[in-house]
Design a protein around this ligand. Structure first.
Ligand SMILES: Cc1ncc(C[n+]2csc(CCOP(=O)(O)OP(=O)(O)O)c2C)c(N)n1
Ligand SMILES: [Mg+2]
Length: 376
């Protein structure tokens, strides 16, 4: 099996390769900033959930390169189709971090939903693979209009077992739609290991059946993720159709805050992968290149902390949206009688207390319940 494309070495055995020539030093630092914002958001969101200040949360610690690399390869006019795992990607496109946090708190409406057209970020998709035909459809329409817009969509290893995945791959390839299907092979679909998901040694070979070009990259390497996506987008914009990218990494954390991976896998393996996490690895690479100094890095971290702290404060100042949101967005207009009766019943029993912490959550460690640090 061929080694995945890698640019950033590990500083020990693996060599460094030069950054792609199209990227300026400013671009390289901008990518670092994106990784830091994503990481800061993720760590803060886990801590909020542990304190009962978010309902649930799908963490992505260690997978940030698979979010930021592809995003930086896109034009602002391209559309993004994230899953719950890339939940905060919109923040890098101008969506308020408070809105994403409010979404995880269970708020809908103006509090928890962003304007998808304004940011060109499709709604965060929770059903596995259902967004893939949407991404293909949007890019097919763009191709017909000839406006040069592409769609970038993420999916997990588990999503490759869904019918929607195969339909999207087939349609995209037959109609040569400008779509990039970026598959984050983090080796787990909740408790199912990728070896139980498919009998093929790799996921990238699935594209052979659809006559679609495919690439395999190191998913801990933000530059490899950028380069593969950039090449795919260039091909798509030239009219040469879709590409499937398999980014090989590992889900270092739990599936979500309600999951305890110790029950189904050997956590010693996760610990080994932790050493490959993309943020520290990229920072060390930039420092070897002389493209980032400690002061610059610490300014970026301070900026990210302030951004997320402000978002938490903004989210917590929002009014509780009320039970009506359970019924919003179900019908384009009107509401059938049984739903109106359900809403009336809920209103009659609704309490509107301030949102109280839910108490310790599964898998929480004692330190998680500590009062928040200053600025939280
Ligand atoms: C259609 C559908 N079936 C089942 C689920 C329950 N579910 C949520 S996440 C998940 C695993 C997905 O794994 P993968 O595609 O590898 O993505 P990852 O969570 O690793 O990012 C499943 C089965 C769902 N959300 N949607
Ligand atoms: Mg997975």
């Amino acid at each position: 099996m061929e080694e995945p494309l890698r640019i950033i070495g590990d500083g020990v055995g693996q060599p460094d390769w030069a950054p792609p020539v199209e990227l300026t030093e400013k671009d390289l630092v901008a990518m670092y900033r994106s990784l830091v914002i994503l990481r800061t958001f993720d760590e803060r969101a886990v801590s909020l959930q542990r304190q009962g200040r978010l309902g649930t949360y799908a963490l992505y610690w260690g997978e940030e390169a698979t979010h930021a690399g592809p995003l930086h390869a896109c034009n602002d006019s391209d559309w993004l189709f994230p899953t719950y795992r890339q939940n905060s990607i919109g923040v890098l496109r101008g969506v308020k971090a408070a809105t994403i946090l409010a979404w995880w708190r269970g708020y809908g409406g103006a509090h928890g939903f962003y304007q998808v057209r304004e940011h060109r970020v499709a709604p965060i998709c929770v059903p596995i693979a259902t967004h893939l035909p949407h991404a293909v459809g949007l890019s097919w329409a763009a191709k017909k209009r000839g406006d040069g817009i592409c769609a970038l969509t993420w999916l997990g290893d588990g999503a490759t077992s869904e019918g929607d995945f195969h339909e999207a791959m087939n349609f995209a390839s037959v109609y040569k739609t400008p779509t990039v299907l970026f598959c984050v092979n983090n080796q787990w679909a909740i408790s199912t290991h990728v070896s139980r998901q498919t009998a093929t040694p790799t996921l990238v070979e699935k594209c052979v059946a659809y006559a679609m070009p495919g690439l395999r990259v190191d998913g801990f390497d933000v530059l490899a993720c950028w380069k593969a996506t950039k090449e795919a987008l260039d091909r798509a914009r030239a009219g040469d159709g879709p590409t499937f990218i398999e980014a090989v990494c590992y889900r270092i954390g739990a599936h979500g805050t309600a999951d305890d991976p110790r029950l189904y896998r050997d956590e010693a393996e996760s610990e080994r992968y932790r050493a490959l996490e993309p943020l520290g690895r990229y920072r060390a690479y930039l420092q070897r290149l002389g493209a980032l100094d400690d002061d610059q890095a610490s300014d970026i971290h301070d900026e990210a902390k302030a951004l997320i702290a402000a978002a938490v404060a903004e989210m917590e100042a929002l009014d509780f949206p009320g039970v009506e949101i359970l019924f919003d967005y179900v019908y384009a207009s009107g509401r059938p009688d049984p739903l109106t009766e359900g809403l009336d019943e809920l209103r009659s029993i609704e309490r509107r207390p301030e949102v109280k912490p839910l108490g310790p959550q599964p898998g929480a460690s004692p330190g998680d319940a500590d009062p928040l640090p200053e600025g939280a």
